[in-house]
Write a protein that binds this ligand. Sequence first.
Ligand code: RUB
Length: 309
Amino acid sequence: MHAKVSAIARDIKSLKIQGARNIAKAAVQALFFQISISKAKSLDAIHREALSVGALLAKARPTEPMARNYVKQAIFYSYMLIKAAKAKSVPEFKEMMAKEGKTILAKMDADKEMLVRNGERLIQKGAVVMTHCHSSTVTGILIRAHRKKKNISVISLETRPRFQGRITAKELADYGVDVTSAVDGSMNMLMRKADMVLVGADAITSRGDLINKVGTSTLAHIASMHDKSFYSAAELYKYDPLTLFGSRERIEERDRAEVWPDSPKKVKVRNPAFDVTAAKYITAFITDGGVIPPESLFTIAEKKLKVLE
Ligand code: RUB
């Protein structure tokens, strides 16, 4: 494997590349790069190489179905090129895969653009929006609402232990959005000031449950107690098709040192990266296919992902 590809896998693991969409994009780019520079001499060998590199990238973080779905799509295309004898030589295969790589990446951007448009329409003039962690789709919506002169304000929760909420606060401030950074524990107190909650998504299950940064489920419960709308911005590719067959999304547990460096050995430390928010707390998912209630998400996502079956 090329050193650039292993460096990307490392950057995904260490959170240098964070957020489901950025992870999926980096994984797809790395996979197609590896194919383009492969020294494999046969079609079978280059397909096997794509398979093993794709698996490594897709598993760099365990709770990322978007990366898995896109890698699977690329591998399926590679298999199809060979089995249907569409590519007859390695150079021909590389050329066709490079084209497919461009198509996938362009589609990813088009989906995000669609989602951001759908989300922006939902935001009322003067709205106070509470958010958690850093989601590139959420900031995309908020920046677009700001550009449309909606005069919004944002409360961005810090998001311990890695403080991705500060990335959100800084990004929004750089675009001129009125933003307040607040400690996670203030979410109940500050909810009174918010009109709605908007978070990202790492995974969505067949039941319409959301898996996102740890703390999201607490935020959803508090939003419900205050009778505030709770939205998750999520591309349909974040749906995990395996959950339909009883598979449970694995929740990544990260290093204890992220929570408490040099903690006393006798103290147990937990560091789950994500948690599960039940569908009943979610007003709707803002997706590239529209604003969808959790109970309908699965039908629409299955249609979009049918290419993977
Ligand atoms: C990031 C996180 C984000 C989602 C969605 O967690 O939970 O809300 O990944 O992001 P981490 P996006 O920092 O641990 O990766 O909308 O950019 O896909």
